[in-house]
Design a protein around this ligand. Structure first.
Ligand code: FE2
Ligand code: FE2
Length: 374
C-alpha cells in the first residue's frame, strides 16, 4: 500500500482550497454587472445601485428637513424677521438697554442724527415718473446722468421679478418696457437700497432691513389683486413701510454703536418702539405721498390708521407673512387664516388660503433668487 506523504496531502488540500475559491469567485462575479469601458472611470465593474427603500427615503427627507431647519436657525441667529415683533423679542437684554432707549428717544425728538438723504437726481426722476404726462425721453435723459441709478435700474429691470421677455439692453428699452409706474417703484427700490447700504458698521441689521423691505414689497404686490388693490402701489407700500428702521440705524450710528454691541432683542425693542415715528420723519424729508406717509406712520395698529387703514392692513398682513415664513414658523403662518387683517379687509374664509398660497409662492421665489445670487 502506497503511503501518502504528508507533503502531497498538503498539496491535495491546497488544490481543494483553490478549487473552492475559484467556484466562490465564479459565483460572486454573477453579482456584478459589466459596464462599457468608456463609462467606467476607474474600474470596469460596478455594483448595481441598491433599490431605494423606505428607510433611505425617510433618511433623505430627514436630511432635507435638517437643512431647512439649519437655514431657519441661520435666519433666527441674525434676528431676521423678528426685528420689530414684540412677541418674538424676549431674548437677553443689553445691560444698559434702558439708557440706550432713552438716548434714542431723545435723539429722535431733537432730530439729532443724520437723516438718510434721497439723491437729487432720484428725487427729480421720481417726481417726473409720477407725472402721468411725463415724456419718457426726458426721464431717460435725467436718469442717465446718474450712473449708479442707471446701472441699478437696468439690473432690476432684468431681474426675474420684472423681466418677462427679452432682456433690456439700454435704459431707454428698460423704461419703455416697464412704463413710468413701475419705473417709479424701481427708483424707490434703488434709493432704499442705497440708503441701507450707506449705513456702515451695522451691516447684519441693514442687510436684514433690505431683505425684509424687498420681500414684504413683493408679497404685498403678489397678494394685492386678491385683496382688490393695485399691485404696483402695494409693492411701494410694502417696500417703504419700515423705512423708519433705516433712520434708527442712523441714530445708532450717531451713538457710535456697531452690530456686535446690540443684541437682536434690544434692536427689536428699539425698532418696535420707534420705527413708525422715525419713518414719518424720513417720509417728510423724502416728500413721499400722503398715503405712503400715513402707512409708514401707522401700520402695526392698522385699524387705527386715520387715513388709509386698508392699505395699512395689507402691509401688516404682508409683513406678518414674511415674519412667519422667514422664521420657519409654520403654525404662525397657518394661523393667519384667522388674521384680523383679513377680517378688516372683508376677505371671506374661503378665499384666504388662496391669498396665503400666493404670498408663500412670492416669498419662495424671492428666497430662491437670493440664494442663487449669494
Ligand atoms: Fe413695521
Ligand atoms: Fe414691517
Amino acid at each position: 500500500m502506497r503511503r501518502v506523504e504528508p507533503q502531497s496531502r498538503a498539496r491535495g488540500g491546497q488544490h481543494k482550497l483553490i478549487g473552492w475559491l475559484k467556484s466562490l469567485f465564479a459565483r460572486k462575479r454573477d453579482d456584478y454587472v459589466r459596464i462599457p469601458r468608456h463609462e467606467a472611470a476607474t474600474t470596469d465593474t460596478v455594483k448595481p445601485a441598491p433599490k431605494p427603500n423606505g428607510e433611505k427615503v425617510r433618511a433623505i427627507d430627514a436630511l432635507e428637513a435638517a437643512r431647512k431647519q439649519a437655514e431657519a436657525e441661520k435666519w433666527r441667529r441674525t434676528g431676521v424677521g423678528n426685528l420689530d415683533d414684540q412677541a418674538k423679542n424676549r431674548g437677553t437684554a443689553l445691560e444698559n438697554e434702558h439708557e440706550l432707549i432713552a438716548r434714542v428717544a431723545r435723539r429722535i425728538e431733537e432730530r439729532n442724527f443724520d437723516l438718510p438723504q434721497l439723491p437729487a437726481t432720484q428725487m427729480a426722476a421720481m417726481n417726473m415718473a409720477g407725472d402721468p404726462n411725463c415724456e419718457i425721453n426726458s426721464v431717460v435723459e435725467l436718469i442717465s446722468t446718474d450712473p449708479v441709478l442707471s446701472s441699478e435700474l437696468l439690473r432690476i429691470a432684468n431681474s426675474p421679478a420684472y423681466s418677462k421677455d427679452e432682456p433690456a439692453e439700454t435704459l431707454h428699452e428698460a423704461v419703455m418696457r416697464l412704463g413710468t409706474r413701475v419705473l417709479r417703484s424701481m427708483i424707490y427700490t434703488v434709493s432704499i437700497r442705497g440708503s441701507v447700504v450707506s449705513v456702515r458698521g451695522l451691516k447684519s441689521y441693514s442687510e436684514e432691513i433690505w431683505r425684509q423691505a424687498f420681500m414684504v414689497g413683493n408679497i404685498a404686490k403678489t397678494i394685492a389683486p386678491k385683496l382688490n388693490m393695485e399691485p404696483e402701489k402695494a409693492f411701494l407700500l410694502g417696500l417703504l413701510h419700515d423705512v423708519g428702521k433705516i433712520v434708527l440705524l442712523s441714530v445708532l450710528k450717531s451713538e457710535n454703536l456697531k452690530a456686535k454691541d446690540i443684541p437682536p432683542s434690544t434692536m427689536g425693542r428699539i425698532f418696535f418702539r420707534f420705527h413708525e415715528r422715525a419713518g414719518g420723519l424720513m417720509a417728510e424729508s423724502w416728500k413721499l405721498s400722503p398715503e405712503i406717509t400715513s402707512v409708514i406712520q401707522k401700520h402695526h395698529d392698522f385699524a387705527n390708521n386715520p387715513d388709509h387703514p386698508k392699505s395699512a392692513a395689507l402691509v401688516s398682513l404682508a409683513h406678518r407673512m414674511d415674519l412667519y415664513l422667514s422664521t420657519a414658523d409654520e403654525e404662525g403662518f397657518m394661523d393667519l387664516m384667522r388674521a384680523e387683517e383679513f377680517e378688516f379687509l372683508g376677505i371671506p374664509m374661503g378665499e384666504r388660503q388662496g391669498v396665503l398660497s400666493r404670498g408663500r409662492a412670492a416669498y419662495q421665489q424671492e428666497f430662491q433668487r437670493n440664494r442663487k445670487v449669494a
